[in-house]
Write a protein that binds this ligand. Structure first.
Ligand SMILES: [Fe+2]
Length: 414
């Protein structure tokens, strides 16, 4: 088990970010293919800005400050800190250069290490831990954003040489539960969690059965063959309008050829691996598939109640450290509660009863996004293994489909 002492975790996470960038060429660092996606250079600088802004600068320690414009360029959305540089223009930042940003990272690394090596105030350690989890969120975005940019390239670049496993997924087993009151949320004594995972509270859920694995590419191809994208009765109204407007006919990164579906991923383009979980789905597509299958999406509370009971050391073995970004099929012994794809739930992203955001600018981290987004649970093949847990709440708007996002089916038992 890796140490979670602040300095150990800090060094481990910062090293992993550097390792994830190793396959990149300089030309890749400033790519931005859409406003939602950021260039690698920006991710590297912004995660460092976070440590500088919330840990190093307030501590009063002497350190070599970057140019003042960094405060503006690499602020993502913290209005309490100052003006935010427009998100859609992050790809225009070529000065500071990659070398400048790597030097910035090294200087802030040194300052944080100095702070933690001395008799550090435990509050500083807590902020550093928050910063490491923030950086792990950006590690995942760095890869999903790069993949989105590369998806426009006819060269079909490859981030990893690791091949997908072509094994078939195990048959679905349904895990049944009677109507029950479930205890939901993160217990403070269980270690780090984001503020949106608490407070602990109770939720009534109906009698239901939940699938013990995710929906596969092969199963989703059957939905497409059954005209799933052309049948309005399967879609939410807004979803159907989006399908029409965007001309969606398959998941993002799929391509129809005479020889069948091909799918682009961090391992390049390959024939569709039918046993692997379907990913790069929007909420609308996940919801329509579930309706077509005579099922529904689980609520985030149903998901958590099952995952909390079944989460094991095996979960996460296909996370980024083990998979290099390739979704793996659910083998016979893979619980698949995380490490394959984030799972859309039917729960809109909101505050738990009694939720209070932190004081100051850090209170902007989660709370202000609790509107017009849906919750995803689990963790994907590009999530870090030590970043996820059964209470973790990811969230995206209903039409977002550039993440490794899929679904698990759920059915009412009546
Ligand atoms: Fe951020």
């Amino acid at each position: 088990m890796s140490s979670n002492k602040p300095l150990d975790r800090f060094l481990r996470v910062r090293r992993r970010t550097a390792a994830l960038c190793e396959p990149l060429e300089r030309e890749d660092y400033t790519l931005q293919s859409m406003p939602d996606a950021s260039p690698a250079l920006w991710h590297l600088a912004h995660t460092t800005w976070f440590f500088e802004t919330f840990v190093v600068a307030p501590s009063g320690i002497a350190y070599e400050r970057p140019p003042a414009v960094f405060r503006h360029l690499f602020n993502s959305y913290y209005n309490g800190v100052g003006d935010v540089y427009p998100r859609e223009r992050r790809g225009l930042i070529t000065r500071p250069t990659v070398s400048d940003v790597l030097e910035y990272r090294a200087r802030i690394d040194e300052a944080v290490a100095t702070l933690l090596a001395s008799d550090a105030d435990p509050a500083i350690g807590e902020l550093v831990i928050l910063g490491t989890h923030h950086e792990e969120q950006h590690q995942e975005l760095l890869l999903t954003d790069l993949l989105h940019a590369w998806s426009f390239s006819p060269v079909r670049p490859r981030y990893t040489d690791r091949m997908r496993s072509m094994v078939t997924a195990r048959p679905v087993a349904w895990l049944e539960t009677d109507e029950a009151i479930a205890t939901i949320g993160h217990r403070p004594e269980a270690g780090f969690a984001f503020d949106n995972e608490g407070p602990v509270h109770r939720v009534l859920h109906p009698a239901h059965a939940i699938a013990d694995r995710l929906v596969t590419n092969g199963e989703f191809a059957t939905f497409i063959a059954d005209d799933g994208y052309r049948r309005p009765e399967l879609w939410l109204s807004e979803g159907w309008a989006t399908v029409q407007r965007e001309q969606w006919a398959h998941p993002l990164y799929w391509r129809a050829t005479e020889d069948g579906w091909r799918r682009f991923g961090l391992d390049g383009e390959h024939a569709l691996d039918e046993g692997a979980p379907v990913t790069q789905l929007s909420y609308f597509e996940a919801d329509a598939y579930a309706r077509w299958a005579g099922a529904r999406l689980p609520t985030e509370f149903e998901w958590e109640a099952h995952a909390a009971r079944r989460w094991s050391d095996q979960d996460g073995r296909h996370c980024i450290e083990g998979s290099s970004g390739v979704p793996q099929p659910a083998g016979v012994d893979d619980p698949q509660w995380c490490g394959a794809a984030w799972e859309w739930t039917s729960s809109s992203y909101g505050a738990y009863p009694g939720y209070r955001p932190a004081e100051g600018a850090l209170g902007e981290y989660n709370g202000k996004f609790m509107c017009n987004q849906y919750v995803l649970r689990g963790g994907s093949c590009v999530t870090s293994r030590d970043h996820v847990r059964a209470t973790y709440r990811n969230f995206f708007p209903t039409d977002a489909r550039w993440q490794f996002s899929g679904l698990r089916l759920c059915r009412d038992l009546r």
